[in-house]
Design a protein around this ligand. Structure first.
Ligand code: ADP
Ligand code: MG
Length: 700
């Protein structure tokens, strides 16, 4: 019997208490199992030797054979550095040490042939290599070298304490010795056959000690697949348990409301994406389970009509429906948008917000409870305990990220069984990421805009072009259009931002004086009532310009506004820029988005601006955002743990993720309780993972 993988790492020969402590604190390696799962970040080719005259300024690590011809010490600001001249038959370079100079000087000999390895720098006409790995050639030749030498994750503390990559490689070898390099299989044979996966034993061997680059690639694939497979399995299981435990109201009828609307009153042809999503929702509503669906669709993609038609299915089955939006303005907008349609269909609809008068409120409460009121639109005023439905069947939440999970669950309690829930968001999360973080929600996507939309023209302008931009604004206003001018508001520098906003407001007031121009201003320091008042003036077309912080980001619909100017655009994140831009382009006219910045731009800022100018596709923009920021900053990922992946990369390995999800679904479709003998290995692995906390890292 070989060593148990749950053995504490201290027991491995060559580790000992000090190193064990460091491995635990720096790399969370507690057991043999943890060590075996420490996968290399990358590999370097140690069979390739460079000549000094082949070096280029951007070569990564190189390996060179040569001799040391002399040492000297060079004084510098703090202390001194040790420099060796190193030559081969093509040229000369320098080796440099800033630490451990005494020991280096004593252990290296002039005239002997060494193999050096490391990163080179180009400095004042010469190449140099700081702190090279260095070994006598005679020693070097004794070791077996691989074309792919693993480079393990490390930390500064580890390398300072002498746990170099070489040391990690050594203890990894020791681990393979003690375990005889044999590891229990963790995927079923059928799956391995289907995907032509190599065994767990081969995969682990080749990830740490690759024999060929082909075997390395297969090892990486197998381990990435396995990692993603078990995460997906966990998420899908959670979803299945939800569905089997939580019964919904089966909406078996698609009746008069839906059909009449569809045949006689649909104001436009639905896009294919809208049709597909309505089908997905219909099938959820018709099943026995409670719907818990996230609808993602870019701004202007037409989510409202989908929401409305879903509610019609609810009404056809004798249930009430509600639609909740994060602000009063948005609720009013929804209400105004739906009231005509409801009249045509003789549906009772009302709106309830913080500013609904007590007398109206009483009527709404009464009609909700006796069932006369069929659709209720509103803000989180809907969540109050006093708001009781006779029979709430479906609740729709618009602009999801302004509401928390707690609020979702409050809606649940509005009926004896939880109503079906549809959450709508205009902040696209890349599909791959959404798949890995929203385990408890099913996802629908509208990835198509209604035909005939004029794409918004987006440009980037520097601050010194401001006069031209002002002229452009004047021209647009003279055509009867309205303009947004948005300033950043970022918590840390709130005071400065407020000042910028006010300075901006003043200069715009000078540039666009009353009575020819009317300007609204909205920012976070205003009372909600004042904010609403100013917003309403703009919505009604009484003002030409809206100067604002990002409070206008969500959902406001002013079709006559055709210009969005974003000041200090370099300070906004991509998804925010995209959201802001979505405020224009809602009418028939050509719309514009102007991104204003100074000349000082970081590379990331440049990429963000270029992306905005190039693309209007929210999902494409979200992908770039994900690449720039990593999943860590994307909403909802913090708790989900997609960051703790050991080997797979949520951005780069999305194809593997898709496969993993597909197979996890397949397995659970046939065998939801993992009871079949062939799935025993999955069940066992899954249990082990849960037991040894590995998988729980991934799950909130
Ligand atoms: P969002 O997804 O941002 O909430 P809305 O539902 O507000 O988008 O729709 C934006 C605009 O597009 C609305 O004026 C709506 O009437 C219109 N619209 C929606 N679907 C279509 C369609 N299939 N064809 C034409 N116009 C549509
Ligand atoms: Mg909307």
């Amino acid at each position: 019997m070989s060593a148990n993988l749950q053995t504490p790492i201290d027991y491995l020969k060559g580790v000992g208490p000090n190193r064990a402590d460091l491995l635990r604190s720096e790399l969370s390696i507690h057991t043999y199992q943890d060590l075996i799962n420490l996968f290399p970040n990358r590999y370097i080719d140690r069979t390739r030797f460079y000549k000094i005259n082949e070096l280029q300024r951007n070569t990564a690590e190189v390996q060179i054979i040569g001799t040391i011809t002399g040492f000297r010490e060079v004084a510098q600001k703090r202390g001194k550095r040790l420099v060796a001249n190193f030559k081969d038959d093509t040229g000369m370079m320098e080796l440099v040490w800033f630490r451990g100079q005494k020991w280096i000087r004593e252990s290296l000999q002039i005239g002997k042939t060494y193999v050096i390895f490391g990163k080179t720098n180009w400095f004042s006409g010469k190449y140099s290599m700081p702190h090279p790995e260095i070994e006598l050639q005679s020693e070097h030749d004794k070791n077996l070298r691989s074309a792919m030498q693993p480079i393990y994750p490390s930390t500064e503390k580890l390398s300072n304490k002498g746990i170099t990559n070489k040391v990690v490689s050594k203890i990894m070898q020791q681990l393979f010795l003690e375990t005889k390099g044999r590891f229990a299989e963790t995927l079923p044979e059928t799956l391995k056959d289907d995907l032509k996966l190599i065994s767990k034993t081969d995969a682990l061997l080749n990830i740490h000690f690759p024999k060929t680059s082909e075997l390395l690639a297969r090892a990486q694939f197998r381990l990435k697949f396995e990692e993603l497979f078990y995460i997906q399995l966990q998420l899908i299981l959670k979803n299945l348990i939800h569905k089997s435990k939580i019964k919904g109201f089966p909406f078996t009828e698609v009746g008069t409301y839906f059909n009449t609307f569809f045949k006689d009153h649909l104001p436009f042809d639905l896009t294919n994406a809208q049709k597909r999503v309505i089908k997905e929702i219909r099938s959820d509503l018709g099943s026995n389970a409670q719907m818990n669906r996230l609808l993602q669709g870019d701004v202007g993609s037409g989510k409202t009509i989908v929401a409305f038609m879903s509610m019609l299915i609810g009404l056809d089955n004798g249930f009430q429906c509600c639609l909740m939006a994060p602000t009063e303005i948005l609720s009013v907008q929804h209400y105004n948008g739906l009231i005509e349609l409801c009249k045509l269909l003789k549906i009772n609809i009302s709106i309830l917000t913080g500013s609904t008068k007590t007398s109206e409120r009483k009527i709404i409460h009464k009609n909700l409870e006796n069932g006369q009121l069929q659709i209720l639109i509103g803000t989180h005023a809907l969540l109050e305990d006093k708001v009781k439905f006779k029979n709430l069947g479906i609740a729709i939440i618009d602009e999801q990220h302004r509401f928390g999970v707690a609020q979702r669950s409050k809606l649940w309690k509005k009926n004896t069984s939880p109503p079906h829930i549809l959450v709508m968001t205009a902040t696209p999360i890349p599909r791959t990421l959404a798949m890995s973080i929203y385990g408890d929600l099913d996802i629908s996507i509208i990835d198509e805009l209604p035909a005939g939309r004029k794409p918004i023209k987006t440009v980037h302008r520097y601050d010194n072009n401001r006069l031209k931009v002002f002229k452009f604004i004047r021209d647009e206003i003279s055509k009867g259009r309205q303009v947004y001018i948005v300033y950043p508001l970022i918590q840390e520098s709130e005071k400065m931002d407020y000042k910028d906003l006010m300075d901006g407001y003043e200069s715009i007031s000078r540039e666009f004086p009353m009575p020819d121009y009317q300007i609204s201003i909205v920012h976070g320091k205003m009372k909600p009532a004042d904010k609403d008042y100013e917003m309403q003036r703009f919505v009604k077309g009484e003002t030409n310009i809206m100067v604002a912080t990002t409070v206008i980001e969500v959902g406001v619909n002013v079709p006559n506004a055709s210009v969005m100017i974003i000041e200090s655009a370099e300070r906004f994140g991509l998804s925010q820029l995209h959201q802001l831009r979505g405020r224009v382009g809602r009418g028939a006219e050509q719309s514009y988005c102007i991104l204003m910045t100074s000349h000082k731009l970081s590379n990331d800022s440049k990429t963000r601006l270029e992306t905005m100018v190039r693309s209007s596709d929210g999902f494409e923009i979200a992908e770039v955002d994900l690449k720039l920021r990593g999943p860590g900053d994307i909403m909802g990922t913090q708790q989900s743990g997609v960051l703790n992946l050991r080997i797979a990369d949520i951005v780069k390995d999305k194809d593997i993720l898709q496969q993993a999800r597909y197979y996890a679904k397949q397995v659970l479709k046939i065998d939801p309780s993992l009871a079949l003998p062939e799935n025993n290995v999955i069940l066992e692995t899954y249990r082990q993972m849960s037991k040894y906390r590995n998988i729980w890292n991934y799950i909130s």
